[in-house]
Design a protein around this ligand. Structure first.
Ligand code: 3H9
Length: 708
């Protein structure tokens, strides 16, 4: 007689001689405490029940197991620990079979590796993605995977964090058999396999009893990987720990390797990088939950038009084409549309040149692309994205035209990065259909999409925008209407802080180096050179008339642009670029310009340490972030975090600027701002929300409530 199921998340049932252990923990069968307990109890049951000759572990739903329950990390541990559960599975005295479908990730794959035989559906994905969360496999993955697939391949799987196909798993030795029949359920396929194994007298087969193949060569390969990782991982904590643990699999007995894995795993758990990366993981999923779209069904989008064929328009067109949509591109005349066509072709030629696309795939994609100079060609289109010159009057004129020709119910979006979308919407007779879709350049590559919600937009238009983002594989962040929305509004302020630092004594090269040392791929002056100094210059000239004449204004960038030095594309900017080079060298002439500007303004330069530079740069970012929150431009601090992770190169392991502020502590950020204000009280005014949170002893995370 089989005892009742130990937990509702894990049920057991006897099918002939096979004890079927079934996991049911939606949405992804994460290994919560109840699942771990259920699995351990099921193994005890298998051992204690004489009728049981074999065990089958299966899961219900789309995924086998997506790994440990990430929400538990950072909280007090609840036994049994996953490594112990995996040991319990492996030590079962009856053959244990795991049947993998969907995703078998992290602890999910580790459960499978602790089982004695592994069957996987052909569409299954296997991976050890812990590194993406600042972790390493911590339930035997670092010890068992190398014993099955070799140390180098196992370390590479863990360092990349990327999943492999079930077929690749078979080739690597992780999977024993592939199930090709998609009509079968995991239970049916798993039972058939288990029964066949029992019929053949298949033994209990424990990975722990195997040795890693070719140990000497493995150690050499691991050393090479360690050297490479130390160079490339830019201060990340867990990658080198992964290699250390895999080396133990080669050199130490299994139990000693497991003990080392545990120690290293716990060190990763304690690292602030883990906290930052897991914050990023959940924040990226939370951003799509916004009140404006609640309960609304997205409008169907079967076709899309882009107005404007510049770099941005072409990138957006490519993003839509890549999402499988037919795309119409409208330009004002033959010459402009020819340029638009060339811009789109350039995107796909680049992909072909890099071997990411075949000529055939390019042709098939471009067959869905229709260039035109006639607005009449957008009459049947479901969604239009305007990406013309950044000027309110020009954009209003485009929207008036769209209003005249588009079918009722078409969504009319603008890709403006700064302008007042309420004013653009008011140029039409259908403001409820108008929304902002702010893409980042290159639009077919950059993940961030700010979805800007004007006052009158209807909920189903907001829902449509989020749905489109999903189809385009973008990370959507809801933003309110203001100058610069979330990202560019905050950028403007910390860029100003960088300019002040430069004028007050730090060189642009010191500032860039300090910012890189924080984990950014580039500093702000390198970014200016990459984007092209002329772009910001044009904006500054446009705004000159409305600028407060008393506000501090740093002219260094203008002086550089006046010389025609627009950055990488002209070979000079803040840096000098030798022909063909993408990274620049410091330029003494730029330093002379900076000196001259300081002298002209009577500034006596002081020195700044890298730490001081960073404190100012980040405090400016966080302070403006607090204002953006208070104004309702960002719904929650996590929306700001995701914006900066995906659009502005903020180092992911720090979780985003608001998460970083919580890590440092808001009292320290506020104290810094007050100290900086002693020299420049106009710029360094503490945001009232920051002061309020400090007074109440709260952090930004306390504002990250779900948006209902
Ligand atoms: C680990 O295993 C450590 C061990 O080695 C050692 C331990 C000792 N836990 O992504 P989706 C939620 S570390 C908790 O939108 P999809 C997610 O937040 C773990 N929750 O679906 C979302 O919630 P909501 C290693 C999780 O179909 C919902 O599930 N494993 C977990 O696009 C749906 O998720 C990983 O890193 C989790 N593990 O993609 C895998 N996973 O609905 C992480 C998801 O409230 N997961 N949720 O917003 C994934 O990569 C994707 O979720 C997956 C499905 C591919 C599985």
């Amino acid at each position: 007689m089989v005892p009742p199921a130990p937990t509702s998340e894990v049920t057991t049932a006897l099918h002939g001689p096979v004890l079927v252990v079934s996991i049911h923990n939606p949405p992804v069968n994460a290994l919560s405490a109840a699942v771990r307990r259920g699995l351990a109890d099921a193994m005890a049951q298998a051992d204690a029940t004489p009728e049981v000759q074999g065990v089958l572990i299966v899961s219900e739903g789309r995924t086998f197991i997506a790994g440990a329950d990430i929400r538990e990390f950072g909280k007090p541990p609840v036994p049994p620990a996953l490594p112990d559960v995996c040991q319990r599975i492996e030590s079962c005295t009856k053959p244990v079979v795991a049947c993998l479908q969907g995703a078998a990730l992290g602890g999910g794959l580790e459960v499978a590796l602790a089982s004695h035989h592994r069957l996987a559906f052909a569409a299954a994905k296997l991976g050890l993605p812990e590194v993406e969360l600042g972790l390493m496999p911590g339930a035997g993955g670092t010890q068992r995977a190398p014993r099955l697939m070799g140390a180098k391949a196992a370390a590479e799987l863990m360092l990349s964090g990327k999943p492999i196909s079930a077929q690749a798993g078979v080739q690597a030795g992780l999977i024993d058999r592939l199930e090709e029949d998609t009509r079968l359920s995991p239970l049916a396929a798993g039972l058939a396999y288990t029964q066949a194994l029992l019929a053949q007298g298949a033994p209990v087969r424990r990975v722990r009893d195997r040795a890693v193949a070719e140990p000497a060569a493995a150690l050499v390969a691991l050393q090479a990987l360690a050297d490479d990782t130390a160079k490339k991982s830019r201060g990340l904590f867990s990658p080198l720990k992964i290699i250390e643990a895999v080396r133990a699999a080669v050199e130490l007995p299994f139990d000693e390797g497991m003990a080392l894995e545990r120690r290293l795993f716990l060190a990763c758990i304690d690292s602030p990088q883990r906290a930052g990366l897991i914050h990023a993981f959940f924040a990226e999923r939370e951003v799509a939950k916004v009140p404006e779209a609640r309960g609304a069904a997205p409008r169907p989008v079967a076709s899309l038009a882009v107005i404007g064929g510049g770099t941005m328009g072409a990138g957006i067109a490519a993003a839509a084409l890549d999402a499988g949509l037919p795309v119409v591109m409208v330009e004002r005349d033959d010459e402009a549309i020819a340029r638009g066509v060339a811009n789109v072709a350039k995107v796909y030629d680049g992909l072909v040149a890099k071997g990411r696309l075949t000529e055939g795939q390019k042709a098939a994609t471009l067959a869905r692309f229709t260039p035109t100079t006639r607005y009449a060609d957008v009459v049947t289109v479901d969604l239009v994205i305007e990406a013309v010159f950044e000027d309110l009057e020009v954009k209003k004129a485009v929207f008036r035209q769209l209003d005249a020709v588009c079918k009722p119910g078409a969504v009319l979006a603008t890709n403006t990065s700064y302008l007042d979308i309420d004013a653009i919407a008011a140029a039409t007779r259908r403001p409820q259909d108008v929304i902002g879709l702010h893409f980042f350049s290159p639009a077919n590559i950059m993940k961030l999409l700010e979805i800007v919600v004007p006052a009158q937009v209807s909920p189903d238009v907001v829902a449509t925008a989020f749905e489109l983002a999903k189809r385009m594989k973008k990370v959507p962040v809801r933003a309110g209407v203001c100058d610069g929305f979330i990202g560019n509004r905050i950028l403007a302020v910390y860029k100003q802080a960088a300019d002040y630092l430069m004028e007050d004594g730090a060189s642009p090269y010191e500032i860039d180096a300090a910012v890189r040392s924080f984990g950014y791929p580039m500093g702000p002056f390198q970014v200016t050179d990459l984007a092209g100094g002329d772009i910001g210059w044009a904006t500054r000239k446009r705004r000159a008339a409305t600028r407060d004449p008393w506000a501090r204004y740093v002219e260094v960038a203008d002086r550089i642009c006046e010389r025609g030095w627009f950055g990488q594309k002209t070979g000079r900017g803040f840096y000098r670029y030798p022909p063909g080079a993408r990274s620049g060298q410091p330029d003494p002439e730029v330093l002379a310009i900076v000196d001259a500007e300081r002298a002209r303004k009577g500034v006596r330069p002081r020195t700044f340490t890298a730490e001081e530079i960073l404190r100012r740069y980040l405090a400016a970012m966080v302070n403006e972030g607090a204002r953006v929150l208070a104004d309702g431009i960002a719904l929650r601090p996590l929306d700001i975090d995701v914006t900066f992770l995906h659009g502005y190169g903020f180092p992911r392991h720090r979780g985003g600027p608001m998460k970083y502020a919580d890590t440092v502590g808001l009292p320290q950020i506020l104290a810094d701002i007050r100290r900086f204000a002693e020299d420049d009280p106009l710029f360094w005014q503490p945001a009232p929300l920051l002061e309020q949170l400090v007074a109440e002893g709260r952090n930004f995370d306390s504002l990250n409530q779900p948006a209902d």
